[in-house]
Design a binder for this molecule. Structure first.
Ligand code: PLP
Length: 406
């Protein structure tokens, strides 16, 4: 499709391009999460958004459109979800993808062979694999790891490369819980004509809104906290300025990795309780952090909400909460392995963010694709466990950890 065709089609699909991120701005976050964007008035009065399980849409006549043509390019249930995410994040457009990796892959296509992208040094393992094994090896985009919590190190890497196209930042990082100063990074990136892209999976727009701090793009694994029920794989890209919409939307509809209507409906359901879930998860995480810090077989606890976290002030300055991800070191690899086998209420499984508490072993699971030397340097050792705290009762979770670590 050439560019003029694309523009004609985009304007025909009314509303697919721009979404008003300030919609319902007078309402609180919780009210907006419950009621959603409200793109369509349903004539039946249904309180729950209908699932438009249709691949195609009838045209009322030649050159006339309902606003929808074909669900790869736009579907009403998916558009309602995209509008809701854009509104909650404060962006002018959100796109919903069939996975977090599809969302991240889509925005890396904004760059070209020879471009350099700076990335967090303890990046999510799947993102690391996508960047190195696909985009670096086959498409010539260069990714350089940096500790974004160390601004002098970022300056040094910037000075050593002249085609820096973007900073790709996770904060807090996974699993080391290092925090990056998003306001400072935005001005450093923009000073070099680069984009600031933030993977906001861990805190979500309820606790942290990077676009308001200067980021250009936010990406998500929606599979995690945004979904919250361990039942949907999905991802999002949220765009701050209209200038980036057209390229991103073009890739999205050309590649065909849009989220399906049923998944979009499940996500709309999930978002209604996002603030309730996160506050409950964070409260339990705080109790568990205290318990772990006092445990004789625990050698160290990493939690953004720990009052002793070295970057406490920075976290408070850019986020309204700390989340519910806790990494901790035990005193031996044997104890780590035994704990994974012994947990009963907590499930030994990959993923995070759901109402069910999960425990993982980063060195073999989420970060298994990161080279061993890099893992060791970062502290992702065989004594490190990572806990995603759900909403079970704190006392029950603590009792389970107590018996698993004994
Ligand atoms: C899970 C995850 C991803 C990948 O998302 P999928 O939905 O699994 O494709 C990306 N970034 C972070 C921080 C994640 O935790």
């Amino acid at each position: 499709m050439d560019d003029s065709n694309f523009k004609a089609m985009a304007s025909e699909i009314e509303g697919l391009l721009g979404i008003d991120g300030t919609r319902h701005a007078s309402l609180g976050f919780g009210s907006r999460a419950v009621h959603g964007y409200g793109a369509f008035a349903d004539p039946t009065g249904a309180v729950s958004q209908p699932i438009y399980q249709s691949s195609t849409f009838a045209h009322p006549g030649l050159h006339r459109s309902t606003g929808f043509a074909y669900s790869r390019c736009g579907n009403p249930t998916v558009l309602e979800l995209e509008g809701t995410i854009a509104m909650l994040e404060g962006g002018c457009k959100a796109l919903a993808y069939c996975s977090g990796m599809a969302a991240i892959s889509s925005i890396i296509k904004l760059f070209e062979s020879g471009d350099v992208v700076l990335v967090s040094d303890d990046l999510y393992g799947g993102t690391h694999r996508l960047f190195q094994d696909v985009y670096a090896t086959r498409y010539g985009i260069e990714f350089r790891s940096v500790d974004f919590s160390d601004l002098a190190a970022v300056e040094a890497v910037c000075a050593s490369a002249d085609r820096i196209a973007a900073f790709f930042v996770e904060t807090p990082t996974n699993p080391m819980m290092k925090v990056a100063d998003l306001r400072r990074l935005a001005s450093m990136a923009h000073g070099r004509g680069a984009l600031l892209i933030v993977d906001n999976t861990f805190l979500t727009c309820y606790y942290q809104r990077p676009l308001e701090l200067g980021a250009d793009l936010v990406v998500y694994s929606g599979t995690k906290y945004l979904c919250g029920h361990n039942d949907v794989i999905c991802g999002f890209v949220v765009i701050r300025d209209e200038g980036l919409i057209e390229r991103t939307f073009m890739d999205y509809m050309s590649e065909g990795d849009a989220l399906a209507p049923f998944e979009a409906w499940l996500m709309l359901r999930s978002l209604k309780t996002l603030p309730l879930r996160l506050d409950a998860q964070q409260q339990r995480a705080q109790a568990i952090c205290e318990f772990l810090k006092g445990h004789p077989h625990v050698a160290g606890v990493l939690y953004a909400g720990d009052p002793d976290h070295p970057q406490r002030e920075l976290i408070r300055a850019q986020a309204s909460g700390f989340g519910a991800m806790i990494s901790f070191y035990v005193d031996s690899a044997e104890r780590a392995e035994r704990a994974l086998e012994r947990v009963q209420l907590i499930t030994f499984a990959e993923s995070l963010g759901g109402v069910e508490s999960l425990i993982t072993y980063p060195c073999v699971q989420t970060h298994g694709s990161v080279p061993t030397e890099t893992r060791e340097r970062l502290g992702i050792t065989d004594t490190l466990l990572r806990l995603s705290v759900g909403v079970e009762d704190a006392d029950d979770l603590i009792a389970d950890l107590e018996q698993a670590l004994a």
